[in-house]
Design a protein around this ligand. Structure first.
Ligand SMILES: Nc1ncnc2c1ncn2[C@@H]1O[C@H](COP(=O)(O)OP(=O)(O)O)[C@@H](O)[C@H]1O
Ligand SMILES: Cc1cn([C@H]2C[C@H](O)[C@@H](COP(=O)(O)O)O2)c(=O)[nH]c1=O
Ligand SMILES: [Zn+2]
Length: 188
């Protein structure tokens, strides 16, 4: 389990990335860390891409219905406007953000902010998704989570698409995706 580093003296920022397949627990882990930051009386702001309206317009919601209030945004630079005087910034579904999200996270960390980013490391074809590889490269701390393969019960790190659509972005839940291990992801 991730334990928050205790850094005394000068306020220092850093970047944590939580990645993995769908249903691996990324959103639950993001919510857990953000709630603990609030318990520590830190000022927290949470952002998600406006396009992700699956469960709720404004809340970040896990597959198990854990939720936390967030601000949906279209452009990653908006975070600078809305995250002034904060201690912690949380970002969900980072794979959907524009290319500037990496620079935004880097700049926030340099300003002394703790940045916690959750996102899919791979798309349904197993290729790196959006800015996630760049975010992983600059992260101070990385947590890779696994779901359970629905075919064989082993650890799953692939998000298998059950439908024929081939666009990289296709919002969906269990009707469209299922977590699978490497071997089962390469079967039909
Ligand atoms: N095959 C599965 N493997 C693991 N968890 C699953 C699976 N199917 C459903 N879940 C549920 O999904 C929850 C994780 O949801 P969430 O945090 O939203 O994941 P993510 O953000 O990574 O998609 C788990 O706690 C579990 O209740
Ligand atoms: C694999 C894959 C997923 N998506 C979409 C499907 C969901 O709406 C989100 C992932 O949500 P989660 O919190 O990680 O469960 O991303 C996509 O658009 N393209 C893909 O290849
Ligand atoms: Zn499997």
């Amino acid at each position: 389990m991730f334990i928050e580093p205790i850094i005394s003296g000068e306020k220092r920022g850093w970047i944590e990335v939580i990645c993995g397949s769908m249903f691996s627990g990324k959103t639950e882990e993001l919510i857990r860390r953000l709630k603990r930051a609030r318990i520590a009386n830190l000022k927290v702001e949470i952002f998600k891409p406006a396009l992700d309206t699956r469960y709720d317009e404004t809340q970040v919601v896990s597959h198990d219905a854990n939720a936390i209030q967030s601000t949906p945004i279209d452009n990653s630079q908006t975070i600078f406007l809305l995250a002034q005087d904060v201690d912690v910034v949380g970002i969900d579904e980072a794979q959907f953000f524009d290319n500037e999200i990496t620079t935004v996270c880097e700049t926030l960390a340099l300003r002394g902010i703790r940045v916690i980013v959750a996102g899919l490391d791979m798309d349904y074809t197993g290729r790196p998704f959006g800015q996630m590889p760049d975010l992983l490269a600059i992260a101070d701390f990385i947590t890779k989570l696994h779901a359970i393969c629905v075919k064989c019960g082993n650890l799953a790190n692939f998000s298998f698409r059950k439908t024929a659509q081939d666009s990289q972005v296709l919002l969906g839940e269990k009707e469209t995706y299922e977590p699978r291990c490497r071997i089962c992801a390469h079967e039909k």
